[in-house]
Structures are given as C-alpha cells and as structure tokens.
Design a protein around this ligand. Sequence first.
Ligand code: GDP
Length: 275
Amino acid sequence: MAKARRQVTEALKNVDILYEIVDARVPESSRNPLLDEIGQGKKRLLVLNKADLADPAATRAFIDYYAAHDLPAVAIDAQHSQGIQQIMSATHRVLAEYIERQKAKGLRNVLLRAMCVGVPNVGKSTILNRLAGRNIAQTGNTPGVTKSQQWIKTSSDINLLDTPGILWPKFDDPAVGTKLALTGGIKDSLFHADDVALFALEKLIARVPQELQHLYRVNATDLTQPLPDLLMTITARLGFKDDYERASWTLINDVRKGKLGRFTWDEVPVDDAAR
Ligand code: GDP
C-alpha cells in the first residue's frame, strides 16, 4: 500500500490534472479518500463512469453535490463511448487559468497533461482507450502505477499517461464493502454472495417490487417474508432447490447487468463534510 501510494504520488507530479474515476452507481463508495491527500494542490476532475447503469436522477444529484463542493464532475459511459468529449471540455474549463498563463508567456498550443486514477474495475483502462482512440491500456488490478510510463496523444491538446494509477478500495464501513461487491469492485472470492444478495433484495423490494416479482416469478406476498425466506423462495423458483448461494449469484449478476433497472446504491451525503 505504501508502495502504491508512493508510485501514484510520483506520477502525479508530472500532470496538470488528475481524472479521478469512480463508478456512478457508487460514487462515494468507489472513491479512496487517500487521493484527497496525495492529490492535494492538483486540479481534479471527477469522472462518474458506468452512468449507463446508474439512476440518472441520482447521477445528476451527485454532480450537483460535487460542484457545490468545488469538485467538477462529469458522468460518462465509457463502454459505449458516451460523454468522452465532456472530459475534454471539462479539462479546458478546469485548467482555463493555467492555459491563459501559458499563453501570456507567449506559448502557443499549450499541452495539457492528465492521468487517470481510481480503484480497480471502475473503468480506468476503458476510459484511457477511449480518450486515446485506440487500445493502449492493459487492464491490471495491482495498486500503484505499473510498467514504464509514456505520454499518449489524444485527439485534443491533452496528453495522457498511458498507465492509470490504481488505488485499493477503502471500506472500513461494511456497507461500503457490500456495495463494492455488488457492483463488481471487489473480487468475487472475497465476500459471501448471500450477504450481498440480501442487501440488494432489501433495496430492490423498496424500489422495484414489480420487476423483482416478474424476473423471479414471486408474488407480492412473497416480498413481505423475512429476507432470508424470500431468498429461499427465489432459489426454489429458479429451480436451484436449496442452493441459495447459486441463487444469490444469479441475483447479483442480474443486478450488475441492469436486468432490474438502473440503480445508484450510494446516497448523496447530507452532512457538509466536503472532501
Ligand atoms: P479498470 O480496472 O478501472 O481499468 O476497469 P476496466 O476499464 O478494465 O473496466 C472494468 C469493466 O467495466 C470492464 O468489463 C469494462 O468493459 C466495464 N466498463 C467500463 N466502463 C464501462 C461503462 O461506462 N459502462 C459499463 N456498463 N461498463 C463499463
């Protein structure tokens, strides 16, 4: 961890702007607060990726929240190349003063240097590839900044470090761990599927009872059972006998694929403890 921190800190020295990539379904849970420390004094753009899977109203609320706390944010869907241009234009807005200063020195064609940082699986490599317009980023999940670094050109005046900085996920709070597990931010072997499925079920009953009934062929009364009983009912309806673990994975994967709709699992913080 100390090594990862050192590597990311070193790499950051050479960039004008830091793209902090988070998962739009869990914008707070997929942040690592350490970045506030190592990115201090550095211009930053928060990129809420996988917005295609998140609740659009919640995404807007998060963007407003961050803007109110002096953290410019954009929402994109890198998988389907939606919103990449927003990263470019937001970069120019965030670095407007710097660009002006460079121009005042007589420098034309000011080059801007950027780097992506975030926890595993938020889409750093996909974003890098989209910004570069070709496949350059290898996916790897070892914290730090791996392999030798090179600058890659984008279609704009932004040069990007070819390797994203990887930070480990931070979850002192078990609910954060559960949300990361549900959205694929933690290795599947590191958590109990039934815990995550029960967490998801509770929220889904409140938000999309009909979709739940339809997908798993349960009825409204089934939804009023204690959650473990409901999980057993779903297990039976799926034809998995008593294998609730298998049913839990089915549910988790259905949620991840968006089969029950678009969800944001974090809530916009209400306290004013801006990060
Ligand atoms: P990294 O570990 O942060 O570099 O993440 P990757 O770029 O390897 O992406 C992790 C997974 O998320 C891959 O399966 C991607 O295809 C997928 N992914 C990346 N961006 C998006 C997005 O905007 N929407 C969706 N639905 N999936 C995405």
